[in-house]
Design a protein around this ligand. Structure first.
Ligand SMILES: *[C@@H]1O[C@H](CO)[C@@H](O)[C@H](O)[C@H]1NC(C)=O
Ligand SMILES: *[C@@H]1O[C@H](CO)[C@@H](O)[C@H](O)[C@H]1NC(C)=O
Ligand SMILES: *[C@@H]1O[C@H](CO)[C@@H](O)[C@H](O)[C@H]1NC(C)=O
Ligand SMILES: *[C@@H]1O[C@H](CO)[C@@H](O)[C@H](O)[C@H]1NC(C)=O
Ligand SMILES: *[C@@H]1O[C@H](CO)[C@@H](O)[C@H](O)[C@H]1NC(C)=O
Ligand SMILES: *[C@@H]1O[C@H](CO)[C@@H](O)[C@H](O)[C@H]1NC(C)=O
Length: 625
C-alpha cells in the first residue's frame, strides 16, 4: 500500500502547544516512531479501557482522551477513503470500573455511556466487568446495545429482561456485513471467555458449547465469506480461542480469520496459522491497537474475482498520545481536532469537574508500583499497603474484636494501578482500588490454622481446585499475570537487554535516518513488546521496564508480631469480601470448618478504596512551596 513509508520515521518537532486532551494532561514527549503499514482492510482496537476515557493525567505517553481518539479515527477514515481501503473500529469490553470518570458518579457510569457512544465502533462486545452487577449488565442492555445498534455482538451471553421476565440474548449473536470500499464480506462474532463470576441476571454459555449451536455452525459454513472476524473479551492464548479457531478451520480450511482479544491487559499478537492471527491491545487507554490485512478476496464487489486468499498481516501498538496521533494521521495541532472530538473532550472535562475528580486528598512522597518493583521492595505498593495502610486503618476498634489480634488478608488483584509521586486525587482513589467489596472477618480462629491460610492461597492452587474447580486462585492476582507470557520474573537479564539494544539501534538507523536521540538511554521507559511477530510492534521506541510476578494475596498482622517469637492462640481473620470463598475453602482444607454464615462485616464493611483514601488524607500532606 502506498501509505506505508519507512520502517521508522523520526518526527522531530512537537508543536509547542498540543490542543485537545484534558486540560491537566501532560504533553507527550517526542520519540522515534514506527509507521503504520496500511492494507486493504485496517482496524483500530481498544480493550479493557476500564473508564480511562479521560486518558492518563500523570503519564505523557498515554495522555490522549476519548475525544482525541474520535478525531484520530476521523482522519484515519479519511485516509482510508482516499486510498479506497477500509477501516473498522473494534472494542472488546471491560469499558467499566477502574477510573473515577465511571466509578465516582451516582449511579456509576452516569457520564460515560454518552461519552463512549460518540465513537463509531463497528464491532464490540461485553467484558466480564460489565456483568458483575445487575445494574452494570442492565446498562449494557438498555444503553450500550442500543447506542451501537446492530454492532454490539453477544455470541454467548443471555440477560434476564426485566420487562419480559425472560432470559434473552444480550445482543445479536453475530453479524455479516460487506466493507464499504473494498467489498470484503465479513462474518463477525462477539464472545466472552468462560466467565462464572457474573450476577445471576446474566448467563454466560461456555464457548465450547456455543460453537455446537446450529446458528454458529450455519454461520461458519457460509462460503460467501472473505474474512471471519472474532472479537472477544477473551485472552488470545486461551482454550476458548483455540476452540473457536478449530471450529472455523474445521469448516473452512482456507478462509482468513482475524481475532481481537482482551482481558489479560497486555499487548500481544498470536499467529494461529498462515491465514489466522489475533491481536490484544493492552489496557486502560494506554494502547490503540492497529491491524491491517492485505490479500483478501473482495467477493462483495466482484464474485468472479474470488480466488484462494493469500493474506499478509501487520500489527502496531500505538501509544495513546497526541504525538503518535498527529504523526499517524498526518495532522498537526491545528488540523487534528474535529468538532465531535473536541465536544467529547469538553464533555469529559465537565464530567470530571462535576465529580471533583481533581480534588487532592494528599501527596505521595514517592512512586509505588504494582509489578514494576519486587513485592518485598520498599517501592512496592503491597509493602506500603500491608505494612502501613492496613495496620493503621484496620486495627479494629469494634467491640468484640478488640481483644483478638488479627491477620488481615487482601488479594493483590484488588490493587489496580500504580501510585505516582505527587498529588493523590479523588480520581486516584478509583484508579488504585475501585472495588466496592467491604472487609469482613471470621472470629476466634486457631492461630495454627489461620497462619497457614496465606500459604494455601499463594501456593495451593491445585489443592483448592480439587476441592472446588470454580475457585481458581489466579482470579486473586492482577489480570496481567494471567498471561502465559509473564514469566516468573519478567525482569530483563543482561542477554535480552543487549539484544534489545541491538534491535533498537538497527531500528534507529533504518533507512539511513539519523536519530535525534544519540543513545538508547535517552528513550522514555514504556512498552517494549515481544510477540509472535518479533519485537517491532510498538509504534514508539521505549526503553524497557521490568515486571515482577506478585503473589495472589498479602497478609498483615495486627496486635502481634509473628517475628517476635510469641504467637497468639486465637486470631480474627479479616479479608476483603472478594476473597471470602477462597478463605473459607483454605480454612476447610486446613481443618477449620467455617461457612459464609460464620462471617461478619468488619468495621462496618469498610472498603479498601476508603481505607486507602482515609490513610492518604491523614499521612500524606502536600508540601507548600
Ligand atoms: C438472583 O438471586 C436473587 C437473590 O440473590 C434472587 O432474589 C433472584 O430471584 C435471582 N434472579 C434470578 C433471575 O434467578
Ligand atoms: C471481476 O474479476 C474477474 C477475475 O479477476 C475479472 O476478470 C473481471 O474483470 C472483474 N470484473 C469487474 C467488474 O471488475
Ligand atoms: C499544520 O499544517 C498546516 C498544513 O497542513 C500548516 O498550514 C500549519 O501551519 C500547520 N500548523 C502547525 C501548528 O504546525
Ligand atoms: C458540538 O457541540 C455543539 C454545542 O453543544 C453542538 O451544537 C454541535 O452540534 C456538536 N457537534 C457535534 C459534531 O457533535
Ligand atoms: C526480595 O526478594 C528477592 C528474591 O526473593 C531477594 O533476592 C531480595 O534480596 C529481596 N529484597 C529485599 C529488599 O528484601
Ligand atoms: C516485638 O518485640 C519488640 C522488641 O522486643 C518490641 O519492642 C515490640 O513492641 C514487639 N512487638 C509486638 C507487636 O509485640
Amino acid at each position: 500500500m502506498t501509505m506505508a513509508a519507512s520502517l521508522v520515521s523520526l518526527a522531530l518537532a512537537l508543536a509547542a502547544s498540543a490542543h485537545a486532551a484534558q486540560p491537566s494532561a501532560p504533553s507527550p514527549k517526542a520519540a522515534p516512531l514506527r509507521n503504520l503499514q496500511w492494507g486493504q482492510l485496517n482496524f483500530l482496537h481498544t480493550t479493557d479501557t476500564h473508564g480511562w476515557h479521560g486518558g492518563h493525567l500523570q503519564e505523557p505517553s498515554y495522555s490522549a482522551d476519548w475525544g482525541d481518539y474520535i478525531s484520530f479515527a476521523h482522519h484515519m477514515h479519511q485516509m482510508a477513503d482516499k486510498e479506497g481501503v477500509d477501516l473498522l473500529l473494534i472494542d472488546t469490553g471491560d469499558r467499566v470500573e477502574g477510573n473515577g470518570l465511571y466509578d465516582s458518579s451516582k449511579p456509576k457510569g452516569k457520564y460515560t455511556f454518552d461519552i463512549f457512544k460518540q465513537q463509531d465502533i463497528d464491532v464490540l462486545c461485553s467484558g466480564n466487568h460489565e456483568l458483575y452487577k445487575q445494574s452494570s449488565s442492565e446498562n449494557e442492555f438498555y444503553k450500550s446495545v442500543p447506542n451501537f445498534k446492530g454492532n454490539y455482538l453477544a455470541s454467548n451471553i443471555d440477560i434476564h429482561n426485566p420487562d419480559t421476565d425472560k432470559f434473552e440474548p444480550l445482543a445479536r449473536r453475530w453479524r455479516k456485513f460487506t466493507t464499504k470500499n473494498q467489498g470484503i464480506r465479513v462474518t463477525a462474532f462477539g464472545f466472552l471467555f468462560n466467565f462464572q463470576g457474573n450476577y445471576n441476571n446474566t448467563r454466560v454459555q461456555p464457548v465450547q458449547d456455543t460453537i455446537k449451536e446450529k446458528w454458529f455452525q450455519d454461520a461458519i459454513r457460509d462460503k460467501e465469506t472473505d474474512l471471519f472476524l472474532v472479537v472477544g473479551h477473551v485472552a488470545i492464548r486461551s482454550e476458548e480461542y483455540d476452540a473457536l479457531f478449530s471450529a472455523i478451520r474445521g469448516e473452512q480450511w482456507d478462509t482468513p480469520i482475524q481475532f481481537f482479544g482482551g482481558h489479560t491487559h497486555i499487548r500481544d499478537y498470536k499467529k494461529y496459522d498462515k491465514k489466522s492471527v489475533a491481536l490484544e491491545s493492552g489496557r486502560y487507554m494506554e494502547t490503540i491497537g492497529f491491524m491491517s490485512i492485505d490479500g483478501l478476496n473482495t467477493g462483495g464487489k466482484n464474485k468472479s474475482s474470488v480466488a484462494r486468499a493469500n493474506p499478509t498481516f501487520h500489527r502496531r501498538y500505538i501509544d495513546n498520545n497526541l504525538f503518535s496521533f498527529y504523526h499517524h494521521s498526518q495532522t498537526n495541532s491545528t488540523s487534528f481536532p474535529t468538532e465531535r472530538g473536541t465536544n467529547v473532550t469538553k464533555a469529559i472535562t465537565s464530567a470530571r469537574s462535576a465529580m471533583n475528580l481533581d480534588d487532592t486528598l494528599g501527596c505521595a512522597p514517592q512512586d509505588f508500583w504494582i509489578s514494576r518493583a519486587r513485592v518485598n521492595d520498599s517501592s512496592s505498593i503491597f509493602q506500603w499497603l500491608g505494612n502501613k495502610v492496613i495496620p493503621d486503618q484496620l486495627n479494629g476498634d469494634t467491640g468484640s474484636t478488640k481483644s483478638n489480634p488479627k491477620l488481615v488478608i487482601s488479594n493483590t488483584g484488588a490493587m489496580r494501578f500504580d501510585i505516582f509521586k505527587g498529588p493523590f486525587t479523588k480520581d486516584s482513589e478509583f484508579l488504585v482500588s475501585p472495588f466496592t467489596s467491604g472487609f469482613r472477618y471470621i472470629k476466634d480462629v486457631d492461630y495454627s490454622v489461620a497462619s497457614r491460610v496465606l500459604d494455601v492461597l499463594n501456593s495451593g492452587d491445585q489443592m483448592l481446585k480439587n476441592l472446588d474447580p470454580k475457585l481458581d486462585t489466579t482470579m486473586l492476582s492482577p489480570p496481567e499475570q494471567l498471561s502465559v507470557t509473564v514469566k516468573d520474573t519478567r525482569s530483563l537479564d543482561s542477554n535480552s537487554l543487549s539484544q534489545w539494544k541491538h534491535s533498537l539501534e538497527s531500528a534507529l538507523h533504518a533507512d539511513g535516518l539519523q536519530s535525534p536521540l544519540s543513545k538508547p538511554s535517552d528513550l522514555t521507559p514504556g512498552y517494549t513488546t515481544v510477540d509472535d511477530d518479533g519485537d517491532q510492534g510498538d509504534d514508539t521506541l521505549h526503553s524497557p521496564i521490568s515486571f515482577y510476578r506478585v503473589p495472589n494475596c498479602i497478609q498483615s498482622s495486627i496486635g502481634f508480631d509473628p517475628k517476635n517469637g510469641t504467637t497468639p492462640e486465637k486470631v480474627d481473620v479479616v479479608y476483603n469480601a472478594f476473597v471470602e470463598p477462597w478463605i473459607i475453602l483454605a480454612l476447610k482444607f486446613l481443618g477449620g470448618s467455617y461457612e459464609a454464615k460464620d462471617t461478619l462485616d468488619y468495621m462496618g464493611g469498610v472498603t479498601q478504596t476508603k481505607v486507602i483514601a482515609d490513610w492518604v488524607k491523614k499521612n500524606w500532606p502536600c508540601e507548600k512551596d
